[in-house]
Structures are given as C-alpha cells and as structure tokens.
Write a protein that binds this ligand. Structure first.
Ligand SMILES: [Fe+2]
Ligand SMILES: [Fe+2]
Length: 308
C-alpha cells in the first residue's frame, strides 16, 4: 500500500479492510440500482424522442454500474443475492440523494448536472482506490458519469433558452436539489469517524469536506453560465482561501434520510423489493440453464438430460 500498489482479490488483507471494502462497494452498487428509479419514472414522459433516447441510455448505464460493482464485491467473497437481500431488508444503505422525489422533467437535467456532477467529484479519486477491481470499475463508470453530467447540463441550457415557465422549472429544481447534492459527500469531517481509517487504507483519497469544496468551486461558474441562482445566501468567493465560502446543509435532515425517514425511502425500497420478486423466475431459469449447459459440457455426462 505504501508503494501505491493495488490490492488484488487473492492477496492477503486484514478482515477490517475486506469488510470495509465490501460495505463501501455494496453501498455504491445499491446506489446505482436505486438511482435508476427517480429518473426512470420520466422515461415514459420524456418530451421528445431524442430526450427519451438519452434518458434511456443514462438509466441503463446506471444498471451497468450496479452490475460492475456487485461483481467487484463478489471478488471479495460477497454474494450478490445476499447483498440485495440486505438492501431490501434495510440492513445496507444507499445514497441519501435518491430518497427525494422528481417533480418535473427539469429534475432530470438537474440530477444529471448536480447529482452526477457530485458523483464524479466523489468517484474520480476512487479510480486510484487501493482495491484493484474497484478502482478499475471506477474508470469506466467515471467516463459514463461525465456523459450523464453533460446531458443534464445540455438539457438545462436548452430549457433556460426556452419559455419563462421552463426557466422557472429549472430554478425550482435547482432550489430543491442543491442542498441534498451537498449532502452526498457525507457528514462534515469532524463527524465522520471512519474517514481516517479509510484514508490510511487508501480506500478514500480526500475527506468529505475537501470533496464538497471541490464540487462547490466547480459548480458555481456553471450555475452562472446557465443563469440559475444557487439557493445559498452565504455563497461567495473568498479571495484569501482561493475557494468559495458556502452555508452548511441541514445535517439533521441527512441523518433522518439515511436512517430511513426521507420523502421517498419507503417507495424506493418497495419498488426494489417488487423488482426482485418479479425477477425471481428469471434468476432460477438462468441458474437451471447454467447447470444444464455445464453438465452438457462436462466429461461423461451424456449430454443434455433436461433435468435441473
Ligand atoms: Fe452511475
Ligand atoms: Fe450517473
């Protein structure tokens, strides 16, 4: 680790490192999959064929991200079915951001711009995470996230050049998503007890507050170019620090949302549970097929016997 080499699946590692890694990767995978819901609700209501094609591609990318990440967790000995069960039973978390509702199509743009933008700030340093399979998955994920951010920004730019009503929709969505986006970086460093250990293990490369600052500095000029106002009266450039000063989100709200009491928590998990139940027959059919083909390919099995 000191030489900045990657830890690979067959390497020895402390139990704590393995547990932390499985927890982080699972939480990340769950976030990608649950994250399909808020925007997925708009696929049938996209205003044009072009917007629908873009949104479909984006939501499918998130499914792919979930799959790369569950695979990365499996290299540490975790079982994907078991991780999904723990998500559905509320024993493992996903990002708080997906517990907020999407009220208009402008939310699709703002999620791309702010939520995928915050995800990029969080995830680019993870491409150098000490666990090899996770770091490699992040490289591809980050490329796709930057497409997500671009499509969101382009949608908002189009709406800002539209009617006064469209500009209002964009501002309203920015007002609702700004603070939850800042919460995506987690609690302030002083209240983040695991940060030091994760930094020592090079799972994490920057603290929550450092990443939050980076996101704010990146986003302020983009907001100005769009012509929207970020809903924070304390937001201003600090010449001395060379960074923007900004207000603190409502950390009690973050605690409530993480512990299951956000506006959409119940609905997101219900939907995930139903999808899992509806997909059970596909999984058992695929498993039966896998058994049959491996028997057919194996020595002295006598070929396809149809029983599984
Ligand atoms: Fe993603
Ligand atoms: Fe994304």
């Amino acid at each position: 680790m000191a030489r900045d080499q990657r830890i690979e699946p067959a390497d020895e590692m402390p139990d704590g490192y393995r547990r932390t890694m499985v927890r982080q990767i699972a939480q990340h995978a769950h976030s990608e999959i649950i994250g399909m819901q808020p925007e997925g609700e708009w696929i049938t209501r996209a205003p044009t064929l072009r917007r629908k094609a873009i949104l479909l591609a984006k939501v499918q990318d998130e499914a792919g991200h979930g799959l790369y990440l569950y695979s990365a967790a499996e290299t540490l000995g975790a079982d994907r079915g078991d991780l999904t069960r723990r998500l559905i039973d509320g024993k493992q978390k996903y990002s708080s951001i997906f517990n907020y509702p999407t009220r208009s199509f402008a939310d699709v743009g703002v999620i791309g711009w702010l939520v995928d933008g915050a995800a990029i700030c969080n995830q680019v340093p993870l491409c150098r995470s000490s666990y090899g399979p996770y770091a490699r998955a992040m490289i591809r994920i980050c490329k796709e996230e930057s497409f997500h951010q671009r499509q969101g920004y382009e949608l908002l730019m189009t709406m800002m050049h539209g009617t006064p009503r469209q500009r209002e929709m964009v501002q309203d969505a920015v007002d609702r998503w700004w603070w939850p986006s800042l919460m995506m970086f987690g609690p302030p460093d002083a209240q983040s007890p695991n940060t030091a250990q994760s930094m020592a293990w090079k799972i994490k490369r920057h603290t929550n507050d450092e990443l939050r600052q980076r996101f704010v500095d990146m986003t302020v000029p983009q907001a100005a170019a769009l012509g929207v106002t970020l809903p924070d009266p304390a937001l201003r450039w600090n010449e001395e620090r060379g960074h923007h000063d900004f207000g603190q989100p409502d950390w009690d709200e973050l605690k409530r949302v993480i512990s299951g009491d956000g506006p959409m928590n119940r609905r997101r998990l219900d939907r995930r549970r139903r999808a899992d139940e509806d997909g059970a027959w596909v999984r058992s059919a695929a498993a039966a097929h896998a058994v049959r083909t491996s028997r057919a390919a194996g020595p002295g099995t006598g070929g396809l016997d149809g029983e599984a």
